[in-house]
Design a protein around this ligand. Structure first.
Ligand code: URP
Ligand code: ZN
Ligand code: ZN
Length: 491
């Protein structure tokens, strides 16, 4: 954070603020030329556009590596947000890079799915983006042609499911995809819940007429998450391949992850704002309102929240993602059969692409649970490192993309669907007041949010090909057993 260049002719300077990285805070100015940061240091000369950041925090734009945008769910439901509205909403919440999912559905071609998704994104996103693929097929073309090709073209991570009838892979298939990830150096994101446990409990609840949204929570028991997390960890161990457990919700699963990390296993993990600030009681709301709070894994209890905060603080959890799943409260999303919809038929997921960072800031930094550098790590830098976007994204330094959010740490905002920019029609955080808000957002050198207004055209965001994720690039001794099984997979 020291380089400065007095001769530079900056397009934009940000002066007088506190620049925050994932390791430090320093009073410094930032000089931007074109789409890049070119200088960071004290006393920079004014640029053509000079932003006074006195009293403000100058932070890397957020990176959200788990959000669902214009993606058909396993149940065949489409969310309310397309690439335009999701990217606008992300930008207003201080996020300047999103990485949602191109979802393969059984029988569909992975490369076709990815191509179609890329076209949607290119036409509409107002911020930079990449995407992961969701792999539901382990046929020869998917594993030997499409997936390796996608990884080599910069889609260096993919998600797999251990639950949902329409999406899940069995353990044999999981090993197949892990072998591809090991060979191609891609990061595998795992939705870890035991499908049979959930199915067994659900069928018995439904048979007794327990249909209400609250029983979603009862059916997705913590044991299902803990068992699948442990299984994912053990499967990864066979080949010693990095995996990232997404949307960790409970203490049991977290303990399994921490134990694996303690013995040096390449296990990474994420949680989401809703697990930190909401509890399962929300699913008890009357008139099917509880359906708005059904996600998988489900909301848990106050003890789980405390465990997750501790996991964010001690580094067991590296990222906080929104898992934005923008299902409307109508037949298109949450309630396909209106008030007769059973908990099993409710679309799973909670919106939050815009509220993600303000919630982490207010509940985390504001309440003394995490530091400012940890906020940057959890909201931006770790995402960039883990998913092959670093050092282009996630930091403020010469050479990085000029993706910056200037936060007013004292501004209070009451979250409401009336003022958020997604198209869902409700927010689970309605009426909640957060302290700290990103007032100016800069994407690739363009001031795209200022004074509550958007200054960006659909399609102005860029596709960012990703490099090898850091966990896959680390040169580790994988040990004799994993070497043997990797060789077996390659033969
Ligand atoms: O309930 C959730 N998390 N819905 C979104 C899809 C997923 O599994 O992440
Ligand atoms: Zn998931
Ligand atoms: Zn998700």
């Amino acid at each position: 954070m020291t380089k400065r260049d007095h001769m530079a002719d900056y397009d934009v300077t940000i002066r007088g603020g506190s620049v925050v990285s994932d390791t430090a805070i320093a009073m410094a100015d930032v000089g931007i030329s074109g789409d890049k940061i070119v200088a960071v240091g004290p006393g920079l000369p004014a640029g053509r556009r000079d932003i006074d950041a006195t009293g403000r925090l100058v932070m890397p734009g957020g990176v959200d590596t788990h959000c669902h945008v214009e993606q058909l769910s396993g149940m065949g439901r489409m969310g309310a947000d397309d690439w335009y509205s999701a990217s606008v909403s992300a930008a207003f919440g201080g996020t300047t890079t999103i990485v949602p999912f191109a979802a393969q559905h059984r029988g569909s071609s992975l490369s076709q799915v990815a191509n179609d998704y890329a076209s949607l994104a290119a036409a509409k996103s107002v911020i930079d983006y990449s995407y992961h693929v969701i792999v539901t097929g382990t046929d020869r073309v998917t594993l030997e042609e499409d997936l390796p090709q996608l990884i080599r073209s910069g889609i260096t991570s993919f998600k797999i499911y251990m639950t949902y009838e329409q999406l899940k892979l069995d353990d044999y298939q999981v090993l197949d995809v892990l072998a591809v990830a090991a060979r191609e150096k891609a990061l595998v994101m795992v939705h870890a819940e035991n499908n049979d446990v959930i199915r067994w409990v659900s069928e018995r609840l439904l048979a007794k007429g327990h249909n209400a949204p609250a029983f979603h929570g009862a059916s997705h028991v913590e044991i299902a998450e803990a068992e699948a997390t442990n299984r994912a960890v053990q499967l990864s161990r066979l080949l010693d391949v990095p995996i990232l457990i997404v949307h960790v919700s409970a203490a049991d699963a977290l303990a399994t992850i921490a134990a694996a990390q303690a013995r040096g296993a390449p296990i990474y993990a994420e949680t989401c704002p809703h697990y930190l600030v909401l509890t399962r009681d929300e699913m008890d709301r009357p008139d099917m309102e509880g359906a708005k709070y059904c996600c998988s894994p489900p909301l848990r209890d106050a003890a789980s929240q405390e465990a997750l905060w501790a996991g964010l603080l001690d580094g067991t959890l590296q990222t906080l993602s929104s898992d934005h799943a923008p299902y409307r409260f109508d037949a298109s999303g949450k309630l396909p059969f209106g008030h007769a919809t059973t908990f099993k038929q409710v679309a799973n997921g909670i919106p939050g692409i815009e509220a993600r960072l303000p919630l982490l800031f207010s509940e985390g930094v504001g309440k003394g649970r995490i530091s400012l550098p940890q906020f940057v790590a959890l909201g931006a830098a770790n995402h960039a490192r883990l998913y092959g976007l670093y050092p282009r994204k996630g930091l403020i330094a010469p050479g990085a993309d000029a993706d910056i959010a200037i936060w007013n740490p004292d501004r209070e905002v009451t979250l409401s669907t009336a003022t958020l920019h997604d198209r869902v029609g409700y927010t689970p955080y309605e009426g909640m007041t957060v302290r700290g808000w990103p007032e100016i957002v800069i994407s690739a050198g363009r001031v795209i949010v200022e004074n509550g207004q958007l200054h960006a055209q659909p399609g102005s965001g860029r596709f960012i090909p990703r490099t090898t994720p850091e966990p896959c690039a680390i040169d580790r001794d994988i040990g004799e057993q994993a070497r043997f099984f990797r060789a077996l997979a390659d033969s």
